[in-house]
Design a protein around this ligand. Structure first.
Ligand SMILES: Nc1nc2c(ncn2[C@@H]2O[C@H](COP(=O)(O)OP(=O)(O)OP(=O)(O)O)[C@@H](O)[C@H]2O)c(=O)[nH]1
Ligand SMILES: [Mg+2]
Length: 379
């Protein structure tokens, strides 16, 4: 049944033969909704709806994603973002609601219909700008919170990956956090951050993010800016892949493209293959991963999680500054911080304080500057 057009039909997106083919199928199967896997113009949607008959809903890729996002939005900010994107999507498509009125009136009061559309558009625009303001204030709040968190400089590790890759499951595994993990697309719409305490006492914050998808409508990229913003502030990015998925490579490419758009290529990244338990030949997959320097895990049964933690730790160390400092006993809290967020290589207790050799995040290295100078003086 497939047919390739060199360019989409400007009126109906698909060709006229395909339109009648689908119309036949709609009647035969009593179809309620037709979904097209691309973004269609308002005119194309309207024309298709007309050709398919009144009661069929025609939905494009963007509208479908918006619907899913709408169902899953769990927090205030996420639902504001989704509502905003939905309104922006509706604005140029409003005419559709009135086309049936025009038909009923035999086209005579077309002018009236147009006026009504203008009124509706104005109402929608007012709602959109009110929503924008509200979102802005919610974001400001979150920024404040984030800044406060940065004053305790625990490094942040962001979990990114295609939707359904297992990010929330992994976060749950590593932290015992009760983040929604379900076999549904886009289970997570808000970044959820949890503290991971490693065996050697080092801590990092692990942030779950919304799943990436292919061909994310530009409109949605903008709407989810706040969610993705968090990624650009992390020390390490963990790219989780569902390696048991037949289209794994395409999903990897899609995620990499979005990361490129976000301009986060300078942040150290770890690629991790998940759902190794779900592959036909886990051993050969593991072998291939080893060749490429990739870590294999099963977030579900816990396989490989220790390797993952070690690799995250090594990457974190790359992002830190090597220091040698002499910390007097009355500054014991600094020593605590070094232990908590840094990686200690050597520690010697002297009469008046502690000598430390460690890797620490840049903000902490800055805090320690005076004590580092003292090292030079005492050694
Ligand atoms: N077999 C197997 N299934 C897994 C594994 N990890 C996660 N899953 C399943 O994959 C599905 C999706 O997991 P989630 O953790 O919700 O995926 P996600 O990446 O957070 O998805 P979004 O939030 O939609 O981006 C769930 O049904 C999990 O139980 C794994 O290691 N092995
Ligand atoms: Mg999730």
């Amino acid at each position: 049944m497939a047919k390739r057009l060199s360019t989409p039909n400007p009126r109906t997106y698909i060709g006229s033969g395909k339109v009648s083919e689908i119309r036949t199928a709609i009647q035969a199967l009593d179809v309620e909704t037709v979904i097209l896997d691309d973004e269609l113009s308002p005119g194309q949607l309207r024309n298709l709806e007309k050709s398919f008959g009144g009661s069929v809903r025609v939905c494009d890729r963007t509208a479908l994603i918006l619907d899913i996002f709408n169902q899953r939005a769990a927090t205030h900010e996420a639902s504001l973002q989704v509502t905003l994107a939905q309104m922006e999507y509706q604005l140029p498509r409003l005419t559709k609601m009135w086309s049936h009125l025009e038909r009923q009136a035999g086209g005579q009061v077309k002018g009236m219909g147009e006026k009504q559309i203008e009124v509706d558009k104005r109402i929608l625009r007012t709602q959109i700008s009110a929503l924008r303001k509200e979102l802005e204030s919610v974001r400001k709040h979150r920024k404040l919170y984030r800044n406060r968190r940065q004053s305790v400089p625990i490094p942040v590790v962001s979990l990114v990956g295609y939707t359904n890759a297992g990010k929330s499951t992994l976060l749950n595994r590593l932290t015992g956090a009760d983040v929604l993990a379900e076999d549904k697309l886009f289970a997570t719409l808000d970044p959820t951050t949890r503290r991971v305490l490693m065996k050697n006492g080092t801590e990092f914050l692990l942030t779950d993010t919304v799943g990436f998808i292919q061909k994310l409508p530009t409109m949605l990229v903008a709407a989810f800016r706040a969610t993705l913003e968090e990624i650009s502030e992390s020390s390490v990015i963990v790219h989780l892949v569902d390696i048991s998925h037949p289209l794994a490579q395409q999903q990897i490419d899609a995620v990499e493209r979005v990361l490129k758009e976000l301009d986060v290529e300078s942040i150290p990244k770890l690629v991790v293959w998940n759902k190794i338990d779900n592959t036909d030949e886990p051993l050969s997959v593991k072998e291939e991963a080893q060749k490429q320097g990739i870590i294999c895990i099963s977030a579900m049964n816990g396989d490989g999680l220790e390797d993952l933690c070690n690799a995250v730790q090594a990457k974190l160390k790359d992002s830190m500054v090597p220091i040698e400092a002499f910390v007097p006993y009355d500054k014991g809290d600094l020593l605590n911080d070094i232990h908590k967020v840094g990686m200690v290589e050597k520690m010697e207790y002297k009469e008046s304080g502690t000598f430390v050799k460690a890797h620490v995040p840049l903000p902490l290295a800055r805090l320690l500057t005076p004590l580092r100078q003292q090292v030079a003086a005492t050694v």
